[in-house]
Design a protein around this ligand. Structure first.
Ligand code: ADP
Ligand code: MG
Length: 612
């Protein structure tokens, strides 16, 4: 038998390896922006065409590369950022794995023009499918100008996996924001199909946050700042009144690297507890600075997850820093500084410090910080707290609607069973608790949830409008204008054509502002702006559920937004019309999001219950 193992050709190995680092245009955006930051650039421009599928280009004024380096940078594991394994624990740069450019060159057509300071000519290299096509001297400005064209041109299967342009652009904007937020001292711009979406002048962190998240945070930010030998934290949290119904404006950075951490998010949420409604989310942009040797950032190829040497300390620190900040700005004068049982029991606080430990927290005085009484958030063991039980941290589990409703036990109802459309609704229909409607049917009665019913009715009405018959628009007498944050403006731009069908005549007015020229006849005058803002919030919430098309998300958001809420008194006419509309729907028993609209109570079953 001949031997059968072969080494893969380099370009194929690169294509396979690229899968880890480059999943979509936004991954390339992240890597290229980070390279520009690592190169010490003070101005970084990003251009994308076709949501990055056709082009991702980054121009920086950083230190550039020599001819040899420009050639070398596309080799796998080629990096200027680490030399040996020890360096891995002292990383100050964003990159270090030397994989990004090799991966990008493996799955796209790349052109790089780069020149070091003081050189007369630069180098231009074209490379595709990991194969160098050309290399020549070029006249170019100092810094690096790199273009990635036609991502996955040579891996059609992966190209087919890319989502709609609006979805890919959203990912790009997310990555752009994550880098731009961390480096307010650098100028950043983002242009999409030739239109500038972001233009972020150099400035303070506060200015950067407002540039990105919108002016409405102006004077609504609380500064968070605590310093210890173990770690520092700084940044801003939104005042409680800015908390939103959807998660979104929440950013954690560790040594300037954006990270996803449900654990630390929980710490901030805890600090806000009691100050905001349970189902809302505060804005925050927080930076943790910590000795890199106390972290492992190498646990994930895109480095968005990291491991801390001692998570509990970080948790306690973050929570108390945010609490302290909120208290200092006397947002709630009666803030209770009783100890969080979690912190109290965290090993760092409750266990005596052994010598070995002292050694390990070399020089750290986190302990002192936590026991200094002059700090508002001091932590001290109190005898009356000793009975506190340890409450292990359990991340919130969000049930999907189907999970929520799958194991519901309904004694004598069956929501799967659909009463005949247009069934004879006999007798009168009665609203009760300003939330439900009871209606008598030939075989019993229905208990209808008025908001859920209306959501279903609106959803189908809007769906039909998109399919053909547009909703009638009423021209506004006094056209209203409004401004959005840049990412929201991009989102709304994408939705405008569908919104026209739904009765909203909205025109872009430049600089992320819009004018409402007309709205559906049944939307109360003056309420349009409110409706649109809430709709966008809801839309963003759906955005995380990527399996919906943007149109589906829009429909669901609008239906939810405009539905009559619990607590609204309905006239007899409105009740009757709602029921009529409901039973004219194609599906009337569940909302678009899967909540039941009504339960049916059968006469026989009622009789049985009463022993008849
Ligand atoms: P890493 O960033 O992990 O080192 P990359 O593949 O992203 O790996 O880049 C390889 C090397 O190319 C970098 O270490 C750096 O020396 C050089 N390089 C990449 N982009 C730039 C840039 N925009 N300006 C200057 N040098 C760059
Ligand atoms: Mg890199």
């Amino acid at each position: 038998m001949p031997d059968i193992i072969q080494l893969l050709p380099e370009n194929i190995a690169n294509q396979i390896a690229a899968g880890e680092v480059i999943q979509r245009p936004a991954s390339a955006v992240k890597e290229l922006l980070e390279n520009a930051v690592d190169a010490g650039a003070t101005e970084i421009q990003l251009f994308v065409n076709d949501a990055g599928k056709a082009l991702v280009q980054v121009i920086d004024n950083g230190k550039g590369m020599s001819e040899t380096d420009a050639r070398m940078c596309f080799e796998r594991h080629a990096t200027s950022k680490i030399k040996n394994i020890d360096d891995l624990f002292h990383i100050k740069t964003m990159g270090f794995r030397g994989e990004a450019l090799a991966s990008i060159a493996g799955v796209a057509q790349v052109e790089i023009k780069t020149k070091k300071a003081g050189e007369i000519t630069g180098t231009c290299i074209e490379i595709e499918n990991s194969i160098v096509q050309s290399q020549q001297p070029v006249a170019t400005q100092e810094g690096t100008n790199i273009s990635m064209k036609n991502l996955f041109f040579n891996v059609p299967a992966r190209r087919n996996f890319l989502k709609s342009n609006s979805s890919e652009l959203r990912h790009i904007i997310d990555e752009f924001i994550r880098v731009a937020m961390a480096f307010p001292e650098i100028f950043f711009s983002l242009s999409s199909n030739g239109q500038e979406v972001f233009h972020l002048e150099k400035g303070s962190l506060k200015q950067r946050i407002i540039q990105i998240l919108g002016n409405n945070y102006n004077s609504k930010l609380v500064s968070v700042k605590e310093e210890t030998d173990y770690m520092n934290i700084f940044g801003f949290a939104g005042k409680p009144e800015t908390a939103k119904k959807t998660r979104g404006d929440q950013y954690f950075f560790v040594n300037n690297r954006f990270i996803k951490s449900p654990y630390l998010n929980h710490a901030v949420m805890n600090a806000f507890a009691e100050m905001i409604p349970k189902d809302s989310f505060p804005m925050y942009t927080l930076f943790i600075e910590i000795d890199p040797s106390r972290l492992d950032i190498n646990v994930h190829p895109t480095k968005q997850e990291i491991k801390f040497e001692d998570e509990k300390i970080i948790y306690a620190f973050v929570q108390s820093a945010v609490k302290h900040a909120l208290a200092q700005f006397s947002i709630t004068p009666t803030l209770d500084f009783d100890l969080d049982p979690f912190i109290q029991n965290s090993e760092a606080v409750s266990q005596p410090l052994t010598d070995a430990k002292k050694e390990s927290i070399s020089g750290g005085n986190l302990y002192k910080t936590f026991t200094q009484k002059n700090q508002a958030h001091f932590i001290e063991k109190r005898s009356d707290l000793t009975h506190w039980e340890s409450t292990p941290f359990v991340p919130e589990k969000k049930l999907s609607l189907s999970e929520k409703y799958s194991n519901r036990e309904d004694t004598f109802t069956d929501i799967q069973k659909h009463p005949d459309n247009g069934r004879a609704l006999t007798g009168s229909n009665i609203q009760f608790h300003q939330s439900f409607i009871i209606c008598e049917t030939a075989t019993g009665f229905l208990a209808v949830h008025q908001q859920n019913a209306h959501e279903r009715v609106l959803y189908e009405r809007f769906l039909n409008a998109l399919k053909g018959k547009p909703v009638v628009t009423q021209r506004s007498l006094f056209p209203l204008s409004f401004q959005l944050s840049a990412p929201d403006a991009v989102m709304l731009l994408e939705l405008l054509p569908d919104l026209v069908q739904l009765g909203y005549q909205i025109e872009p007015f430049g600089n992320n502002s819009f004018v409402i020229q007309g709205s559906p006849a049944d939307v109360a005058d003056g309420n349009e702006k409110n409706i649109l803002e809430k709709m966008l919030e809801q839309y963003k919430h759906f955005n995380t559920e990527t399996h919906f098309s943007s149109r589906e998300k829009l429909l669901r958001s609008l239906a939810w937004q405009q539905s009559i809420k619990a607590g609204t008194v309905l006239t007899q006419d409105e009740i009757n019309r709602l029921l009529e509309d409901l039973f004219n729907c194609d599906i009337s028993n569940v909302t678009p999001n899967g909540k039941p609209v009504f339960f049916e109570f059968k006469k026989e079953e009622l009789n049985k219950m009463f022993g008849r």
